[in-house]
Ligand binder design. Structure first.
Ligand SMILES: Cc1cc2nc3c(=O)[nH]c(=O)nc-3n(C[C@H](O)[C@H](O)[C@H](O)COP(=O)(O)OP(=O)(O)OC[C@H]3O[C@@H](n4cnc5c(N)ncnc54)[C@H](O)[C@@H]3O)c2cc1C
Length: 363
């Protein structure tokens, strides 16, 4: 495979996850004169790639597709209409939502096909080394082939080799564990469970065709009982909480490599794809990666309120979890009135603001 590579590219994107596929597709989408040689590089193929990308709830909102038009929601497994939030076995908040459970590996191959049709290249290979030259980079692939590129987009996930090799301060990470259960669950419904044992996170139960996905943050010191016959157990690291800078000369970090997953919801597909589009636009249309940095910093996805609220949730005990969500256990008008009228809710004001952001861009 690596032997087929050219010696020189304008843009190399490392990692064919949501962020990388989006960056690759939009690099060619914005390149209407077909002037840019673009390479998308991915270390996994076949079963390994499929396995890696199914290690996810695979849940994405309808709204995400407004940002990445003309890409379409293909290979959907479920249409999600109801969101149930179980608050410490005390009460359940139920809302109408619009989203999908998507077959991620198939969805990404659809995007890669569209990218190839626009003239992009896709190869299997692992980036092993980067050497910065004057105004370009030499990247080593599989420790044997060297390729020259002007721009390098790091979409290589939470444990990004590129971020590490640049000695950039590490991002916040959690390991999420997910069980595939041999049981159908209520279709069209996603459920989350809040409890102090999840340290600011939550347990989720998502339908997935004939099976169900149950996931939670890894908790080494606690035993969690999972109901149903477990077909498979998976675990993967998520990068959240952001990073100070995403652009270093012509190296651009996107997706989990830049800690762009939402700290409160663990939703990382949408922000990664949005960042991929912004990065591609900045490089191809404006030849200025800093435009991506500026646009990302101004975007609602880059929310300090969400990060700060997650830190507050991490410290909450069950009494506080129950108390702060209690106003929402009624209709929205009543909820707003309770929050305004009762002093005990005022200390949660920032968290309520974060929930409002979550409602718009959480997944
Ligand atoms: C259990 C679990 C459940 C989740 N559920 C959801 C959910 O329901 N909805 C949601 O929005 N988010 C969810 N997330 C978060 C989401 O999966 C991630 O935020 C998202 O995948 C990050 O996308 P990415 O493209 O940045 O990185 P990744 O998806 O990690 O992709 C990185 C790619 O880079 C490749 N790569 C790495 N290093 C190299 C290298 N050196 N050379 C070449 N290739 C390389 C990898 O093989 C991989 O294909 C979940 C995460 C977990 C762990």
């Amino acid at each position: 495979m690596v032997a087929l590579l050219k010696n020189e590219y304008d843009i190399v994107i490392v990692g064919a996850g949501p962020a990388g596929c989006s960056a690759a597709y939009f690099s060619k989408f914005f390149d209407s004169d077909n002037k840019f040689n673009v390479l998308l590089l991915e270390k996994f193929s076949g079963e390994k790639y499929t396995e890696y990308h199914h290690m996810c709830g695979e849940c994405i909102s309808h709204a995400a597709f407004n940002e990445i038009q003309p890409l379409k929601p293909k290979y959907t497994i479920e249409n999600i209409e109801i969101y149930k939030e179980h608050v410490v076995d005390n009460y359940v908040l139920e809302h109408k939502v619009k989203g999908y459970i998507i077959d991620r590996p198939k969805f990404f191959s659809y995007i890669i096909d569209e990218y190839l049709k626009l003239g992009g290249e896709f190869e299997k290979g692992t980036l092993t080394k980067i050497i910065q030259k004057n105004d370009y980079y030499n990247i080593e692939i599989d420790d044997k082939k060297t390729v020259k590129t002007k721009y390098l987009i790091a979409a290589d996930g939470a444990n990004s080799t590129i971020r590490k090799s640049m000695h950039i301060k590490d991002i916040n990470k959690i390991t999420a564990v997910q069980y595939i259960i041999d049981k159908e669950s209520e279709h069209n419904v996603i459920e989350v469970f809040y409890d102090e044992i999840y340290n600011g996170g939550y347990k989720w139960i998502f339908p997935n065709g004939m099976t169900t996905k149950i996931g939670l943050p890894q908790m080494k010191d606690k035993k969690i009982k999972i109901d149903g016959k477990i077909i498979k157990k998976q675990a993967r690291v998520i990068g959240f909480g952001g990073i100070e800078n995403r652009v270093y000369n012509n190296i651009v970090l996107i997706g989990d490599a830049a800690g762009q997953t939402n700290a409160m919801s663990y939703g990382g597909i949408r922000p990664g794809m949005y960042a991929g589009k912004l990065a591609a636009e900045a490089i191809v249309k404006y030849k200025n990666p800093q435009r991506y940095e500026i646009k990302w910093k101004k975007s609602i996805f880059n929310s300090e309120i969400v990060n700060e609220s997650f830190q507050k949730l991490e410290k909450m005990n069950n009494k506080e979890i129950i108390e702060h969500l209690e106003p929402f256990n009624s209709n929205i008008i009543l909820a707003i009135m309770k929050i305004i009228l009762f002093k005990k809710y005022r200390k949660y004001w920032k968290i309520y603001k974060a929930y409002n952001i979550e409602r718009k861009i959480g997944w």
